[in-house]
Design a protein around this ligand. Structure first.
Ligand code: 6R9
Length: 690
């Protein structure tokens, strides 16, 4: 009943004299928009064919998911293959309150299944064997490959047998078995998801390390999870450059040996388009060529059945302090959650061609390149290269070439002005998308025809938490809209009190959902301290959020990105959004710097639209734009002209580096090796005083 009350509070505003938020208003056919409400209605044809065709349908499903989570999720889980069904009396159990003992989350306990079996074998049994699972597009134009579901399964099986037989029999009898960790350090070759699925098939725990991480970062992760093997390739082409990954792995392995963790097997894929065997450094008792071994094995392989709560993977993610955290996901709940969120948030249909630009080195590449789409039997485009190589039209060429219908990317990748006829749904992830970028994505890329799924979620959440469902309800540019089924987002104030109605504060989740992470590997205490102690009783996301009078959610960025100027809390995202709405501003990143009088001052890095030159006049008009949209207190103290912003390959702006540049701590920039374009940093420093 507590849950139920929450649903009611979500749909009716306590103040505001019986005003109902638009989902209900739409149902009732009332007039919706006042002038400042920028509501974008989905077109009728789209809604009619959508899985969730109306706000009413959403509310029905959402209410059931909150009132009866066990029934709601059991019904969905029943559509998957389970060797043995879970305990019906206890579909889930949760303790999210540190005051009641250890934090513990379990879903489908007692159930026995395998995610690889569900993603491949089950789809093949359903007749999809000859359907394309992967379209692979290489870095260089004209390089590509295709795998059907049948072929993918064969490759995965050969590889699992490699893991079983080769390691067990030949290499010191160490055998990778259920529960062992395997580190995968590969670029976006098909072998990356193949290796992930192979681990899942035998119950091994994969830990993919993004192949842009430095050898120090890699060795740190190796030392933490002590894998039985490391899988890599000799080199990769990225744009016009060749990166020698094997060298990076070699030094990481030296480093980890020095720290007491030695690896017996380094399986290396020969990526001929980048480097030959002859020039690859080799350690004969440790290194094995993938091509020499794997294809010798049979193409069928038994499945290792695992418990729903057995670990599926570890993925390291950085916190605001300390060493990276090994986020641990388990099998059953994650499987159900990624599959379901994928289906609904992209309105997936069997004829869709889906492309997510994320790398499998990030959570998005786990949940929404590999598991979510394959569990649905979707055709997935994998892209090895960089979005701007050989030129900035590359993304759109790929969309055209494969007739992509569902396109999922990060706001910072909206690079060029094209619209593509095949597109049906657009997705955005990773950062708050500001309203003007949203409008551009919607109007230009999607030709005012494609709904946008602005998906808010985290490595920790496993899958989408707050996201539009295409066609279900009107959208607001820049808002992630409403919670996914089974998710109870709440907003709390500094004291941890839940606040309702129109409000802003810290975003927490009040219940568990199947895709939630279960612990930080080897450090359950840190798990509790970081996520469950700040606001006892809730999972704390680390993000700020406001809810408007209509109940829409607006993510305002990490709370560590909040700037406090003379007592005013200002989200960096708000200022950025105001700057970007200026017609001559292309991108903006705002950080806080120490300020004698105000506590913190606002420092804005700004890139300009092509052909526009920086001037004193423009500086003033940019500041005016912020004063106008937020208020004088939010006016940037400093505008720093930027030819480009430092971003990770997953498209996130590295504010840590910008903060150091802004405060003049140029010797403390830290690790810049994960940047897509490390040279941007030098350019920014050179322009500091202009
Ligand atoms: C999936 C992913 C998580 C952080 C999260 C938040 C930001 C992600 C967002 C978003 C606003 C969205 N974030 N999606 N902010 N709107 N649609 O990116 O996971 O790498 O763990 O990052 O990204 O700040 O807390 P992860």
């Amino acid at each position: 009943t507590n849950h139920l009350r929450h649903v009611e509070s979500l749909t009716t505003l306590p103040s505001g004299a019986g005003k109902i938020f638009p989902l209900n208003a739409v149902i009732l056919g009332e007039a919706l928009a006042s002038e400042e409400d920028d509501l974008i209605f989905s077109n009728k044809d789209f809604s009619n064919q959508a899985h969730v065709s109306s706000p009413q349908k959403y509310l029905e499903m959402y209410k059931r998911s909150i009132v009866d989570p066990a029934g709601f999720w059991s019904d969905i889980a029943s559509q998957f293959y389970w060797k043995q069904r879970w305990d019906e009396h206890c579909v889930y159990s949760e303790n999210l309150d540190v005051r009641n003992g250890d934090i513990k989350i379990q879903w489908f306990k007692g159930g026995v299944t395998n995610i690889c079996y569900n993603a491949l074998d089950m789809n093949i049994q359903a007749g999809l064997g000859d359907k394309t699972a992967f379209f692979w597009e290489g870095n260089d134009l004209g390089k590509g490959a295709t795998l059907t579901f049948n072929q993918l399964l064969s490759k995965v099986c050969q590889f699992t047998l490699f893991a079983h037989a080769q390691l067990a029999n030949y290499l010191k009898d160490i055998g990778v078995k259920k529960g062992d960790a395997v580190i995968i350090y590969l670029p976006m070759l098909m072998e990356l998801p193949i290796a992930m699925l192979a681990c899942a098939r035998i119950g091994a725990v994969h830990s993919v390390v993004f192949a842009g991480f430095s050898s120090e970062s890699l060795s740190q992760r190796i030392v933490d999870c002590k894998p039985k093997a490391v899988i890599t390739c000799n080199a990769v082409r990225r744009g016009s450059k060749v990166l020698n990954l094997k060298d990076i792995v070699d030094s990481a392995l030296v480093e980890s040996t020095n720290n007491g963790v030695s690896i017996d097997v380094c399986l290396t894929y020969e990526n001929q388009s980048a480097m030959t065997r002859e020039t690859t450094k080799w350690q004969i008792d440790r290194d094995v060529w993938w091509q020499d071994i794997v294809s010798k094995y049979p193409t069928t392989c038994e499945v290792e059945w695992v418990d729903a709560e057995d670990p599926l993977f570890l993925l390291y993610t950085s916190g605001s302090t300390g060493k990276p955290k090994g986020v641990l996901h388990t099998t059953g709940g994650y499987m159900i959650y990624t599959a379901t969120t994928f289906k609904y948030a992209f309105d997936y249909k069997p004829s869709d061609i889906y492309w997510c630009t994320a790398d499998c080195g990030w959570i998005t590449g786990h949940s929404y390149v590999t598991y979510g789409p394959l569990l649905n039997g979707s055709t997935v485009v994998l892209f090895e290269g960089a979005p701007n190589y050989p030129d900035s039209g590359r993304c759109w060429d790929i969309v055209d070439k494969y007739k992509v219908t569902l396109f999922y990317t990060a706001p910072t990748l909206f690079v060029n002005r094209y619209s593509r006829k095949s597109l049906r749904v657009l997705g955005s992830v990773g950062e708050p998308i500001n309203p003007s970028a949203w409008r551009w994505f919607y109007n230009v890329v999607g030709d005012s025809r494609c709904p946008i799924s602005d998906t808010w979620w985290q490595t920790e959440t496993g899958g989408f938490m707050i996201t539009p469902l295409p066609g279900a309800w009107p959208q607001k540019p820049g808002s992630a809209t409403f919670p996914f089924f089974g998710v109870l987002p709440i907003i709390v104030d500094e004291k941890g009190n839940e606040i309702e109605g129109e409000c802003s504060g810290y975003l927490c989740i009040k219940n568990s959902w199947p895709g939630a992470f279960r612990t930080l590997y080897g450090d359950h205490e840190r798990y509790e301290t970081t996520y469950f102690k700040p606001f006892p009783g809730y999972y704390f996301s680390g993000d700020g959020c406001s809810r408007d009078k209509d109940g829409y959610h607006w993510l305002t960025g990490r709370v560590d990105d909040v700037i406090n100027v003379s007592g005013h809390r200002i989200g960096t995202a708000e200022v950025e959004s105001a700057l970007v709405s200026h017609p001559q501003c292309a991108e903006a990143a705002v950080v806080g710097v120490e300020h004698e009088v105000k506590g913190q001052g606002i420092y804005a890095f700004v890139t300009l639209v092509g052909g526009v030159h920086y001037s004193e006049e423009l500086r003033k008009s940019l500041i005016l734009s912020v004063r106008k949209q937020i208020g004088a207190f939010a006016a940037p103290d400093r505008i720093h002209w930027a030819p480009g912003l430092p971003k990770t390959r997953s498209g996130k702006i590295m504010r840590r580096i910008l903060r150091k540049i802004a405060s003049g701590q140029l010797n403390e920039l830290g690790d810049t090796s994960t940047l897509a374009e490390p040279s941007v940093v030098d350019q920014l420093i050179a322009l500091r005083d202009t």
